[in-house]
Structures are given as C-alpha cells and as structure tokens.
Design a protein around this ligand. Structure first.
Ligand code: AMP
Ligand code: GLY
Length: 437
C-alpha cells in the first residue's frame, strides 16, 4: 500500500516510524515532514491546508491510505474531502472533529450524554462572562472555545487575572475567532492522565494511559507548552481502562454516532482523576504529541492493520497487542520556546547514539545542505523504551547526552513524579552539561 501521512511533527515521525515496520507498506510519503521523516519516507512540500494539492497528489501517486496527524486539517474537513474521492483515511470527518475544535460543542455534548466533566457555562458576550466570574461560587478555568494550539486555556488565580484573560480573548481577539465563544468551567483538582483510543465509529480500544508534561520547566513550573515530555503506561488502578472505556470513551463514540458524527480515528480523552472519579478536561480528535511518541513504541501489532480495522469498521475483530515495559520521551526545545526562538541552528550528535532502545523522533527540524537544523519550537523528542519506567527514562536521558544545538532546553524531571510516587517532590535528574532552562 502507498501511504501518505499529513503533518510534520514528532508525532508524525513516530507514526511513520511504526508504519514503516509494516511489511504491507510500499511507498510512504509525509506532507511535509521533517529531517527525521526524510530518512524513512519521502517528504513532499505541500502545506496541510492546501487540500486541493493534497487531493491531487493522492490521486497522482495512487495513495491507498492517508493518516492525518494534526487537528487543524481535521477541523478544516480534509478527511471529508479525501473520503469523497474514495481514499481511505485515518482521522474523523469535520463534524466528528468538532469534539476538539469547539470546546463549547464538546461541553454541551458531554452534558447531553452524561459524560463526566467539570461544571461550566458558555459565553459570547464579555459583560455576561465577567458577571458570571463575579458571582460563580467555585474557582474557574477560562477556555477559548476554538483551536488555539494549546494556548487558549487560562487558570486565573484572581478576579483581575480572570478579567484580563477575558479581555484578551474576547475583546482583543488574542486567538482570533477561536475566542469568539468562551467556556468558563469549574477548576478541578487531581492528577492528569491522557487516555487515547482507536475507534472505528462503533468499537473503541483504549491504548496504554500516558502522562504529558505541559509546563516548560522542572517541577511543573513556567508557561504551558505543546508538551515537554511524556511516559506510558501510567500506573493506574486495576480495571481503570475498562471503567474509562465504559463510562467515557464508549458513550462518547455512541453519542457522536447517534448525532450523525461517526468518529473514525484516534479519540483522545484528557482526564483529571478527582476524588469523585475521572472527569474529562478535553477531547482531542487525533494522537497526542508527545503521547504518540511513547505509545506507538509500545504497540506490538502492525499499526497499518489497526488503522485499516478502524477505517473498515472491523476493530472489534482486531487484536491490538501491546508490549510489556514502558516508554518515556524528553522533548529538546529551542531556547526561548514557547515564545520567540531562533531557527536554522545546526543540530549536532544525532548519529552518536548506539542504543536500539532509544529513538530520536524529529519535530521542528529540516535538512539544509544535508545537515539537520532547527526549524521550530520543539526540535526533537528522544524516546527510551525499557522494562520499566526507570529503565526507559535512563535510556532516553542517556541518548540525549551527545545531542547539542545552541539554546537547547529540556526538562530533567520527566516521569519523576509518577501517579503513585511516595515522594511527589522528588526530582531525579541533572544528567547533562547543558544549562538548566
Ligand atoms: P485543555 O486543553 O482543555 O486540556 O486544558 C489544558 C490544561 O489546562 C489541562 O491539561 C489542565 O492542566 C488544565 N485544565 C483544563 N481544564 C481544567 C479544569 N477544569 N480544572 C483544572 N485544570 C484544568
Ligand atoms: N499532548 C497534548 C496534545 O497533543 O494535545
């Protein structure tokens, strides 16, 4: 089969890396990919929002199967357009992608279908929103309803901070139209876990639970980012995945189908484990990044088989097998990220590592005269696989040592506070001569 992957981050590199292991994949293309995907696939320079050229390319190259990595093309209806051409696509249609692209829709949907989530109200008018903040009897979170690249969620500590956030989002249009509608919800306490699942629209199969590290700095300090590292599986109670499947994932899929929004692809539930049980913080309509970089290395089954089962509606009969052990990844980011940063800086030491349990997934990189250079905020994602979390972390942090680029920053405490850690303040690392971020 000829397969086209849409996207250019470490998530798409991980998808390409795993698909490449399938004996049935003949030609593999990535649009537009990075210096890492260039090593195992053919990169093509077509922008993710150029649907006409992507369709044309798929037809010209006899593409049998398309995997859409990021949320934006799904929200823009790329899957619908490819399906209209009889191309098989892993990724939901636009109306099912709304579970991610509109938080207001997602919250109302959860209410309609009794899916546990935080209390909330939705606003399109600044004065109404402000009045609500003045009177609401619980601590709040403010969310731009539309897609805002992970930056549209504010956890204000004071009334003034809440008012400023509402002003930025609703009056100054910081996130453009994504902030025309705002969700104000109850702030929940607990540990966060990401549960991703394969879905064919009817059957859902959960993947090992993962934990992202969204803050820039060690100890969960500093600004939110796209994700600075992750590990899987998270040590959850027995039957946890069964319960999440029964109470959250399956009702979500069934509710979407009942509303004419068949969900084919990867459904991602961001959960808060509160004292009263798991609550949905958000849904995503695709693999998480960096969650994919720790989940896919644990998949024993052929990823193309699983993807095809999702698209063909045969997931119930597909035996999705996972490896024992654990995986952890550490993101190497540009100096200055998540704000302004330099690009086109040479990356050194990419070929020094000799451990087959370590995988360097590329994110913001590109080739310049044969040399890999930086090309984004998150540059590399180094994954280690091991018999347990400690092992996986050691492998990942050891593999980072030879890698250098100017301004490189990363967290030293990925996986240092797993869910059941007896010592939650433990920070285990200082493995590199790189200055602390
Ligand atoms: P979201 O994109 O909606 O998952 O929000 C991004 C991050 O904000 C989450 O990963 C949480 O850390 C935090 N967050 C979102 N909603 C809530 C909530 N209701 N209570 C507490 N924290 C939240
Ligand atoms: N890691 C969070 C996300 O992909 O949205």
């Amino acid at each position: 089969m000829n397969v086209l992957i849409i996207g250019s981050g470490a998530r798409e590199h991980a998808i390409a890396w795993k698909l490449k292991q399938s004996p049935r994949v003949e030609k593999l293309f990535v649009a537009s990919g990075n210096a890492g995907t260039a090593r195992l696939a053919q990169n093509i320079t077509i922008a993710n929002d150029d649907h006409a050229r992507l369709k044309q390319f798929a037809r010209a190259e006899n593409i049998d199967f398309v995997v859409i990595g990021p949320e934006a093309p799904l929200a823009d209806g790329l899957a619908d357009k490819l399906r209209a051409q009889n191309i098989r696509v892993l990724g939901p249609n636009q109306n099912a992608a709304e579970i991610e692209s509109s938080k207001a829709f997602a919250k109302d949907f959860m209410k309609r279908h009794n899916i546990p989530t935080a209390r909330y109200e939705t606003f399109t008018n600044f004065d109404d929103a402000l009045r609500h903040v003045e009177t609401v009897p619980y601590p709040i979170v403010i969310k731009a309803s539309g897609l805002a690249a992970g930056k549209g969620v504010i956890l204000p500590e004071t009334f003034d901070a809440a008012r400023d956030a509402l002003r930025h989002i609703m009056l100054e249009h910081e996130f453009g139209a994504a902030g025309d509608t705002v969700v104000i919800e109850e702030r929940l306490q607990g540990k966060e876990v990401s549960v991703l699942a394969f879905s064919d629209g009817v059957t859902v199969k959960a993947m090992p639970p993962a934990q992202d590290h969204k803050r820039l700095l060690d100890g969960d300090l500093g600004p939110n980012t796209g994700g600075m590292g992750a590990y899987a599986p998270v040590n959850v109670p027995e039957h946890f995945l069964d319960e999440i499947t029964r109470e959250i994932l399956q009702p979500t899929l069934d509710g979407l189908r009942a509303e004419g929004r068949m969900f084919v692809g990867v459904l991602y539930a961001g959960l808060m484990l509160t004292r009263d049980g798991a609550r949905v913080l958000e849904f995503n309509c695709r693999f998480g990044d960096p969650e994919a970089q720790v989940i896919l290395p644990l998949l024993e089954s052929d990823l193309l088989d699983v993807f095809e089962a999702c698209v063909n509606g045969t997931l119930a009969r597909c035996d999705v097998k996972w490896k024992r052990g654990a995986a952890a990844c550490v993101v190497l980011a540009s100096g200055g990220y998540p704000n302004k940063y330099a690009t086109e800086l040479p990356i050194h030491g990419l070929d020094a590592m000799q451990n087959r349990n370590a995988i360097i997934f590329h994110a913001g990189t590109k080739l310049q005269n044969g040399q890999a250079v930086t090309n984004g905020g998150r540059v590399l994602c180094v994954t280690g696989v091991g018999k347990n979390l400690g092992d996986a972390l050691d492998t990942a942090y050891t593999a980072i040592r030879p890698i250098r680029f100017e301004g490189m920053q990363y967290r030293r405490d990925i996986g240092a506070r797993p869910l059941t850690s007896p010592n939650p303040s433990l920070s285990r690392r200082g493995t590199s001569s790189q200055p602390s971020p």
